[in-house]
Write a protein that binds this ligand. Structure first.
Ligand SMILES: [Zn+2]
Length: 277
């Protein structure tokens, strides 16, 4: 059974750069039984300040086409990255405004169904000055409002959240009148799946995380590799075929694997990312 290929594994958070390494990652994912990814745009400060988001989103849209041509189902997530704040500041720009403009452009692509989510947006994952947190929260709040207005999903990148942190996000979702199921906490802790369970999450597909998440029996999560094809850091965050490999693990270890697959690889991703898997 270990060598059999599981159809249908969906990776909810996957990154690609142009070039051969990305194509190889897609091949590896597919060869292990992966069928779909949510492709999240990457910051690339080598683009420079002119038309920054336009050019960055275009790169991601082209990469999504490449992955589709390789036979994958692909949803696209476009939006400013929390650390863009420092890129804009360094250039002497009003960082908050530039990022809000980036949100508007991402929303335009969502309305045209070129993208299905805004992200990964949120707060830096390390301690920063209070004003950066304030501005980041304002940008995040705007994204949630856009989600409520046009029905797109939002992928959140934040510091590791505890119960209070999750409740804070939930309060922002309620304030924006957004649909919490369309909001995905990326890099979520499976042990906290029961806190504000109506908020969706994607969980790094390590063996322990997958076991913990299944143990919680709350089907509000998807799996992710958060793979980035960075030649300097191979297989970061975890290898591109991690999610299909965990699918094989689930099939081998859980009697109700079909039910689990239906939820994490089909129902939730289809609902969140408006994709047909
Ligand atoms: Zn990411």
């Amino acid at each position: 059974m270990g060598s059999s290929v599981i159809p249908g594994a969906f990776d909810a958070h996957f990154h690609l750069n142009p070039g051969e390494l990305g194509k190889e990652a897609v091949r590896r994912f597919k060869a292990s039984g992966g069928t779909g990814i949510n492709l999240v745009n990457l910051p690339d400060y080598s683009i420079g300040y002119t038309d920054y988001y336009e050019r960055r989103y275009e790169i991601t849209i082209r990469l999504a086409d490449m992955a589709r041509e390789s036979g994958l189902k692909v949803s696209v997530t476009l939006g400013p990255y929390p650390l863009d704040y420092f890129f804009w500041e360094k250039g002497g720009f009003n960082a908050k405004q530039m990022m809000l403009d980036g949100v508007d452009l991402a929303a335009k692509y969502c309305k045209q169904n070129v993208a299905s989510a805004i992200g990964e947006i949120g707060r830096p994952h390390f301690p920063v000055e209070p004003r950066v947190i304030e501005d980041s929260n304002e940008i995040m709040q705007r994204c949630l409002e856009v989600s409520s207005e046009i029905g797109c999903a939002v992928v959140l990148h934040t510091e590791d959240l505890d119960t209070k942190g999750l409740e804070g996000i939930h309060t922002m979702i309620v304030r924006a009148r957004a649909n919490p199921r369309k909001v995905v906490k990326h890099h979520a802790s499976p042990e906290l799946n029961g806190i504000c369970p109506e908020v969706s999450r994607s969980i790094l597909a390590t063996r322990n995380n997958v076991r913990s998440a299944i143990h919680e029996k709350i089907w509000n999560f998807m799996l992710e590799s958060d793979y980035v094809d960075d030649p300097g850091k191979p297989d970061k965050v975890i290898p591109p075929d991690s999610v299909p490999k965990r699918a094989i693990m689930i099939m081998e270890q859980y009697m109700n694997y079909e039910e689990i697959f239906a939820s994490i690889f089909q129902d939730l991703p289809e609902y969140v990312f408006s994709i047909q898997l």
